[in-house]
Design a protein around this ligand. Structure first.
Ligand code: ARG
Length: 459
């Protein structure tokens, strides 16, 4: 077969600087930036990242560098799932075979005669990715790491069917992701490589959109990050600058106004869906800038657009209907003595002081705000998260919601009483205080037997 120009055969890195000694000014720039990345290296170890890129990335001349960066992430203990597309490769192959690409709303209509080309192009893209992943680091003078790459029938697909009267034929959607099978591979330290192909229970092959595969996979794995590579350096302002951080609410407004079938429409709405369904953060970064993924992940400000769930998304004030669910979260902590016991009648009376965190419609956390307006202070009380959802930022979001509600009431000081969880509050800007710093009314109620410590935070 003649070489396909969309798939350069050579995998030599483009910026192959020999590993010679650098001038001392560059060395001194390297040390602080490497140190600054240490917290991220620690934070990312053992976390699952799903990285989604189209076939354009595979054809880019910086592709080997991108793959080297992914290998580096894997070596740092990140559990990596890669999802690749093959659109330019498919287009090329169809053209060579005298067939026409047809799209509806930016999604290819894959008829039976074209399915073979889709499978062929996807397989070639996969081979190139696997080859690049097998390449030893270019400056290695030590034995190269060999990260194993695994694939499989991890996706159960189904046809999209007829959209606006258009039969999408062999273009499909995700029905289910086999998260357990993927997790088994990740547990063994493999890099999992997935594509735009999925198989239905009737044994047919379907052509899927990569962003859907990546999004559903990230959700099913409860991934920490979902990363998309796009043509632009991120989501852009009108003046061309990158929007560095977006909350889901702003992001979905921007996505709904984006031009149809644009990267931003597809990837930003996918990012929002993922974050709303529990993926920690989504990142949109430019495929054209060499090393963008490292800069995004290992610096505080990143380089692309980061999307995270709105601090108030999935949070809402409690109503009387929520009392049962509230008690089920609080009671285990009361039994352990972490929280003060609150009888059901009390919670029923004070339910409007509570905020709830929800995950997929299930109540998984709560916190309450007790204002003492005469002292300009308020208590953050009863902060609790279901143990299955700890360390996912729900506690922090509840705390922020309480802070915001307190501020809206003109309150300037928030305090907590705690016996066991002081460290958590100290890490979040609270400082130790004395019983006499509490509002007088609260001092009168202070339980000396419990001997809670007092922490305050200025809002
Ligand atoms: N490196 C951090 C992370 O990966 C922060 C990235 C911030 N990025 C941004 N575009 N604002 O979570």
């Amino acid at each position: 077969m003649p070489p396909d120009p969309a798939l350069p055969i050579s995998v030599t890195p483009v910026s192959s600087q020999p590993p010679v000694a650098q001038p001392s000014t560059e060395l001194s720039a390297f040390v602080p930036s490497f140190r600054a990345s240490a917290p991220y290296i620690h934070a990312f170890r053992g976390k699952t990242f799903v990285v989604c890129f189209g076939g354009e990335v595979v054809a880019d001349e910086t592709f080997p560098n991108f793959i080297a960066d992914l290998n580096l992430l894997a070596s740092l203990g990140v559990r990596l799932v890669l999802v690749h597309g093959a659109r330019p490769q498919v287009e090329k192959l169809l053209e060579q075979r005298g067939m026409e690409s047809r799209y509806h709303k930016g999604i290819r209509i894959t008829d039976e005669s074209q399915l073979g080309s889709v499978i062929g192009a996807s397989a070639r893209a996969r081979a190139r990715i696997e080859a690049a992943l097998s390449m030893a680091p270019r400056t290695a003078s030590v034995a190269p790491v060999h990260n194993r790459v695994t694939g499989g029938n991890f996706i159960v697909a189904k046809p999209i069917g007829v959209v606006d009267g258009v039969d999408m034929k062999y273009s499909g959607e995700v029905r289910r992701i086999d998260a357990q099978a993927i997790n088994d591979c990740l547990k063994d330290g493999d890099i999992v490589l997935m594509s735009n192909l999925g198989y239905s229970t009737s044994g047919d092959t379907y052509n899927l959109t990569v962003e859907e595969v990546a999004t559903q996979t990230a959700i099913a794995l409860r991934a920490s990050k979902l990363i998309f590579l796009l043509d632009t350096p991120g989501v852009l302002e009108a003046d061309g600058s990158v929007m560095s951080t977006l909350y889901t609410r702003e992001a979905s407004a921007i996505a709904s106004k984006a031009p149809q079938a644009s990267d931003v429409q597809f990837f930003l709405s996918a990012a929002v869906r993922a974050c709303q369904k529990g993926v920690g953060r989504a990142h949109l970064i430019g495929r054209k800038s060499d090393g963008a993924i490292l800069q995004e992940l290992f610096t505080r400000d990143g380089i692309g657009t980061m999307i995270s769930v709105d601090s108030l998304d999935n949070l809402r004030p409690a109503t009387i209907e929520d009392v049962g669910a509230l008690l089920s979260i609080i009671e285990p902590l009361e039994r352990q003595g972490v929280l003060v016991a609150r009888p059901r009648a009390l919670i029923e009376r004070e339910v409007e002081r509570f905020f709830l965190a929800e995950h997929d419609g299930q109540i998984i956390g709560c916190a309450a705000l007790y204002p003492f307006p005469e002292a300009n202070k308020a208590e953050l009380a009863c902060l609790a998260v279901n143990p299955d959802y700890r360390r996912e930022g729900y506690g922090e979001r509840l705390m922020k919601a309480i802070e915001k509600a307190a501020k809206n009431q003109g309150i300037t000081t928030l305090f907590v009483l705690t016996t066991r969880t002081a460290a958590w509050f100290l890490e979040r800007g609270f400082t130790p205080a004395k019983i006499t710093d509490l509002p007088e009314k609260k001092q009168a109620l202070y339980n000396f037997e419990r001997a809670s410590q007092v922490y305050v935070k200025q809002l």
